[in-house]
Structures are given as C-alpha cells and as structure tokens.
Design a protein around this ligand. Structure first.
Ligand SMILES: CC(C)(COP(=O)(O)OP(=O)(O)OC[C@H]1O[C@@H](n2cnc3c(N)ncnc32)[C@H](O)[C@@H]1OP(=O)(O)O)[C@@H](O)C(=O)NCCC(=O)NCCS
Length: 161
C-alpha cells in the first residue's frame, strides 16, 4: 500500500480496535525478519484487546497515529510523560516507506514542546535503525524473557537540546 496519503494525527478513542489488531499484524508480519517464530509468538500471542489500548492511551501518555486515506490507523507511537517511547508499530502493508520515521519526528517535536530533556526506548532489532536515524544511540543490549522465551532488544536514548 502507498504511504503517500498517510497523515500523522493525534490518537482518537475510535482508533483502539485498529491499533489492537495492527500491533499483532506488525509483530507477526515484520517480526520474523529479525526474530524466530517462537520469539514472535511469545511477543504477541494474540491481538491486544481494544480496552487495553484505550486504557494505555488514557494513562497520561501522548499517542500519535498514522492514518490511511480512509482515516484508519496503520501505525502508531506513544510517548510517556517521562520521555519513554513505549510502542512503535507499523502495519506490514505500509512498512519501509518512512511511516515510523514520520511518527518519530512527531514524537521528537512533542517532546521538545513538553520540555523533555531525554527520550529513551527499548527498541526491537527492527526498530533500532529507525531510532538511530533519529539521533538515538544504543546504551545496552537487553537480553530477557517474554513468556519464558529468550529475546533481546536495545536500550537507546537521545538527549534533546
Ligand atoms: C519498527 C517498525 C515500526 C518500523 O516501521 P516502518 O514504517 O517500516 O519504518 P520506516 O519505513 O520509517 O523505516 C524502515 C525502513 O524503511 C526505509 N525507509 C524509510 N523511509 C522510506 C521511504 N520514504 N521509502 C522507502 N523506504 C523508506 C528505511 O531506510 C528503513 O530501512 P532500515 O530499517 O534498513 O534503515 C516496523 O518494522 C514494525 O512495526 N515492526 C514490528 C514491531 C516492532 O518491532 N516495533 C518496535 C518495538 S520498539
């Protein structure tokens, strides 16, 4: 799908069902580029519940959505109040066209507006290069378990000046 018509806008509550589904589709459609089938299954055993998306988005974080021509969420990112970037997910149909990159540009602008000094994230193997292009550097590789399955990601941070 073409990302040319994709626009970045603030999250709305009616995005929740689409985000719940696209989280799962992103992990299963793209995760296998860097992680095993077992790891991907442990990362996202099932789609999120829309209520979980609604609750997360209402906990003080700022969420931005990339919406397609029919205004449906195809990617999203969220920024917690302390500068932690939590989720960054893009539907496979829209991957590799700079959509996540545009979401990160929006997060950086938002963080500067909030007066944050630092952004930090635990980035997947897939997300690491995207964050690196936006000035984040790796501070540590994190090896841990999800649902009993060993997996890894990278602690990354960017100072904001
Ligand atoms: C990580 C993720 C969000 C990136 O989404 P994306 O929209 O494909 O990211 P981008 O398009 O901005 O960048 C991805 C690649 O597309 C390329 N790209 C960027 N802009 C582009 C454009 N305009 N046209 C074509 N390709 C482009 C980039 O060079 C990049 O390649 P690289 O990774 O080899 O450097 C997505 O892969 C995903 O959802 N993965 C599964 C879940 C996940 O890992 N989430 C992160 C948890 S921290």
């Amino acid at each position: 799908m073409q990302a040319a018509n994709v626009v970045i806008r603030p999250y709305r509550t009616d995005d929740a069902p689409h985000m719940a589904r696209l989280y799962y589709d992103a992990v299963h459609g793209l995760g296998r580029r860097a992680y095993s089938a077992t790891q991907v299954a442990a990362w996202a055993p099932a789609p999120l519940q829309p209520i979980d998306v609604l609750n997360r988005a209402a906990d003080g974080r700022t969420t931005f959505v990339a919406a397609d021509a029919s205004d449906q969420a195809v990617a999203y990112v969220d920024l917690e109040a302390d500068g932690h970037v939590d989720h960054l997910y893009c539907h496979p149909d829209f991957a590799g066209q700079g959509v996540a990159s545009r979401l990160l540009e929006t997060v950086v602008r938002q963080a500067l507006e909030q007066g944050l000094a630092v952004l930090y994230v635990e980035a997947s193997e897939l997300a690491r290069p995207v964050f690196e292009r936006h000035g984040f550097t790796v501070t540590a590789r994190r090896d841990f378990e999800v649902r009993g399955v060993p997996i890894h990601n990278y602690a990354m941070r960017r100072e904001l000046t």
